[in-house]
Design a protein around this ligand. Structure first.
Ligand code: UPG
Ligand code: F6P
Length: 459
């Protein structure tokens, strides 16, 4: 039986045609890009697709109050926002208590439409456990894509007190949800072999992953090459004029300002290496923040990171070498990358842990050579250092050394990076492979579902 209708469960963040707040907030990151791009590509294959997320009625988040939203030109694709957990915006860590309501609202919605989806794709632990609860109530199977698993993140914060971690990140609930999602999924999609063989084999998941190993399939994500490519445009020429004034190359950091992205390691390498300071300035992308110095006085995770960066640079009289750019869209980000590539710049991502790293393949497509963490998906994207340089994200010396090595072989790394991305990472092939695996697994018999008590009492 073929697939005519697919639902995507993504309770966190939110979706609209302008990608509002993308990377401005820890809950608006690559996962939303992945879900949007994949849903678009699948809908282009003639399948009806619903992205189901949360209805938010909050003056600070005005874009997300309509029950429906759309991406222009994608008639088969709907964004559906169901109310759960009240009206106000909630951080993803607060959604766990309301996922039963999310699922009940989805069931009500489809009961009224009298047409349920043939299959569900679920994203992150909160989407996954929602898929399990939906399966428990309707018998409709789901795939699980973690995007990021809680245990790796927890390990990287092991120097923090357990109680603090539980309150702030609710790791025990998250890991129990992830384990349940793995156990009852009929398909588990990872972005790399490394994610399947290392991330899911973490002691927190190993037993359940091994029992379900036949459900795992590696499907690489893609790059939107209509945005990220090596073709000059008005916007890239605008950035070329700005960057040209410095008469230097640039090291670019463009991730969400999140402790896990570990911007500090690159800043520490920069302020401690004279040769880097002579050849490069640092560009730090800060989406949605106009006055970084003022913002850095706040009491948020992002502000503390920015404050540390400013302090490190100020102590070495290097503040003028650091350029904070408020980039508002992926189009603008791509324009910055292309312009920076003209000045032999380098993209750096020294995350404590990076499950995949869409930012890496996007920067490569725009002609930026890559320095990336060796912990996680970048190992596969860069094929163990063939297509870019891998570092221990806390080895300050090695970061400086490898940036200079790339600089000495710039055109080589630029060119092989572009080739690597264009031949391996397109959303069209991601969509085709997802559908192939969904058809292969949609009728798998999943029985005797046992929900964790925390969720059973919600549904
Ligand atoms: O100013 C900016 C900066 C970034 N981005 C986008 O934000 C996304 C960032 O994605 P990614 O680099 O993958 O990081 P995360 O937000 O942390 O995404 C999570 O989910 C992704 C998809 O599964 C995985 O690739 C990551 O490893 C995982 O941490 C990219 O598409 C960027 O284009 C913007 O749109 N504007
Ligand atoms: O740092 P965490 O909690 O593992 O979450 C990473 C996730 O956060 C997001 O940025 C928000 O959804 C996702 O893009 C990503 O999958």
């Amino acid at each position: 039986m073929k697939i005519t209708k697919l639902a995507f469960f993504n309770p966190q963040g939110n979706f609209d045609k302008n990608d509002s707040h993308l990377t401005e907030h820890p809950d608006f990151g690559g996962q939303l890009i992945y879900v949007k791009e994949l849903a678009k590509e699948i809908s282009k294959l003639g399948i009806k697709v619903d992205i189901i997320t949360r209805k938010i009625v909050d003056e600070k988040w005005p874009e997300f109050s309509d029950n429906f939203d759309y991406y222009p030109g994608y008639e088969n694709l709907r964004i559906i926002r169901v109310p759960f957990g009240g009206n106000k915006f909630l951080n993803k860590e607060k959604l766990w208590d309301h996922l039963g309501e999310y699922v009940k609202q989805i069931i009500n919605f489809y009961s009224k439409e009298k047409k349920f989806p043939d299959f569900v794709t679920t994203h992150y632990g909160d989407g996954g456990i929602s898929g399990t609860m939906f399966l428990y109530k309707t018998g409709i199977n789901y795939s699980f894509t973690a995007h990021s698993l809680g245990a790796q993140k927890k390990d990287k914060f092991s120097n923090f007190d357990e109680k603090f971690l539980e309150e702030k990140y609710r790791f025990s609930i998250r890991i129990s949800a992830e384990r349940t999602a793995i156990k009852y999924a009929s398909l588990i999609v990872t972005s790399t072999k490394q994610e399947k063989e290392v991330q899911y084999m973490h002691p927190a998941y190993k037993d359940i992953s091994i029992q379900n190993i036949k459900k795992f399939f590696v499907i690489p994500p893609g790059v939107n090459t209509s945005i990220f490519n090596n073709v000059e445009n008005e916007q890239s020429k605008y950035y070329e004029n700005i960057l040209g004034k410095f008469n230097k190359s640039f090291i670019i950091l463009s991730s969400r300002i999140d402790p896990k992205k570990n911007h500090i390691s690159v800043v520490k390498s920069y302020v401690s290496n004279k040769r880097l300071q002579e050849k490069f300035n640092l560009i730090i992308v800060v989406r949605g923040i106009d006055d970084v110095y003022k913002y850095s006085q706040k009491n948020t995770d992002e502000a503390k990171i920015l404050n540390k960066i400013i302090t490190l640079a100020k102590n070495k009289n290097l503040l003028s070498n650091i350029i904070f750019l408020n980039i508002q869209s992926q189009h603008e980000l791509a324009a910055l990358y292309k312009a920076a590539s003209k000045f032999h710049s380098i993209f750096a991502l020294t995350s404590k842990y990076e499950p995949f790293g869409l930012a890496i393949v996007e920067a490569m497509a725009c002609g930026l050579p890559i320095l990336a963490t060796k912990f996680g998906g970048p190992v596969e994207i860069l094929d163990n250092g063939v297509y870019g340089k891998l570092v221990d994200p806390d080895d300050i010396e090695d970061i400086s050394k490898k940036i200079l090595e790339i600089a000495n072989n710039y055109i080589y790394y630029k060119e092989i990076g572009i080739k690597r991305v264009l031949s391996n990472y397109t959303w069209k092939s991601t969509a085709e492979k997802y559908l192939e695996k969904i058809l292969h697994s949609k009728n798998r018999k999943i029985e005797n579902i046992e929900l964790p008590k925390f969720f059973l009492k919600q549904i």
